[in-house]
Design a binder for this molecule. Structure first.
Ligand code: NI
Length: 287
């Protein structure tokens, strides 16, 4: 059973030191694999096959409330050497997103931060999220390392989780898990023995992993310069105020990039594909 409430240290902004990229990424991985054991197992499985595993991108979710929106969460990454490179709109899921690339280390994973556009959601959803944020110690949102702090509003209510989920699976996921990596992504281009995403998907399925089939197992085409697939979110027992429930946590993603007209590997994202990948944490797809 996983307790998501965290004990937060006293924050002293004066003592805040810039976190190095490596340390930041390692902390995000540690936090992510704690509730996504499948990612560590698949990582080990590929490693045992002699594959080089590099990380294509890390995705982070939030609400667009000014206290916790993209502009707040991006700061730690910008201090670690990242810069904004692309913007994306997901109409049906009411999301806006930006992606970041490291200015010096071209092999560093890209960072993809999305936010739920609350003003486009129902008044009920807006009120729930506002209340959740209002009831927190507001200093928590000033912590430069907020993105590593998970759920800062305490043990979630299953009734509220269900209520949010009816309207937005994304809002419900965020309510339970808070600030953390939603997924890491294997860079398939760096895998020696898997030249296509199909071959990697087949290998994973033969080893017993379930893939997200929403919109087909492979999202995107070589012509779109990016093909992606992902596992379904791990199912873990989570502590709620009303007792424990088994629900999806996070998933592992796989990305194969293609070269564009200039001969460079495409570094952006395809909104239509990401739209389907978001559904990997949807309990409706869980097996
Ligand atoms: Ni992704």
């Amino acid at each position: 059973m996983i307790r998501l409430t965290v004990i937060l240290c006293q924050i002293n902004l004066n003592n805040f030191k810039e976190m190095k990229k490596e340390e930041l990424l390692a902390k995000l991985w540690e936090q992510y694999t704690k509730i996504t054991p499948s990612a560590e197992k698949i990582h080990a499985l590929l490693g045992a096959q002699g594959q080089t595993i590099s990380n294509d991108h890390i995705a982070i979710r939030t609400y667009n409330d000014a206290r916790v929106n993209i502009s707040v969460l991006e700061k730690l990454f910008i201090k670690a050497g990242y810069e904004p490179c692309g913007e994306y709109v997901f109409e049906s899921k009411k999301l806006f997103a930006k992606h970041y690339q490291h200015t010096i280390d071209k092999n560093a994973p890209k960072i993809f931060i999305s936010e739920l556009e609350l003003e486009k959601c129902s008044v009920q959803l807006q009120n729930i999220v506002k209340t959740i944020l209002d009831e927190c110690d507001q200093d928590l949102f000033l912590n430069p390392e907020l993105v590593l702090n998970g759920n800062v509003w305490g043990t979630p209510s299953y009734a509220i989780y269900e209520l949010l989920r009816e309207e937005s699976e994304y809002a419900a996921w965020m309510y339970v898990y808070g600030f953390r990596a939603n997924h890491f992504t294997v860079n398939v281009n760096d895998l020696v023995d898997f030249k296509t995403l199909e071959s990697l998907n087949d290998f994973l399925e033969k080893n017993g992993w379930n893939l997200n089939a929403s919109g087909g197992k492979i999202k995107g085409t070589p012509e779109q310069l990016l093909e992606q697939s992902s596992t379904l979110g791990d199912i873990q027992e989570i502590e709620f105020l009303e007792g424990t429930h088994k629900i999806p946590t996070c998933y592992y993603e796989f990305a194969l990039r293609h070269v564009d007209a200039s001969g460079e590997f495409y570094q952006g994202f395809i909104a239509a594909s990401a739209d389907k990948i978001f559904e990997s944490t949807d309990v409706k797809l869980a097996k």
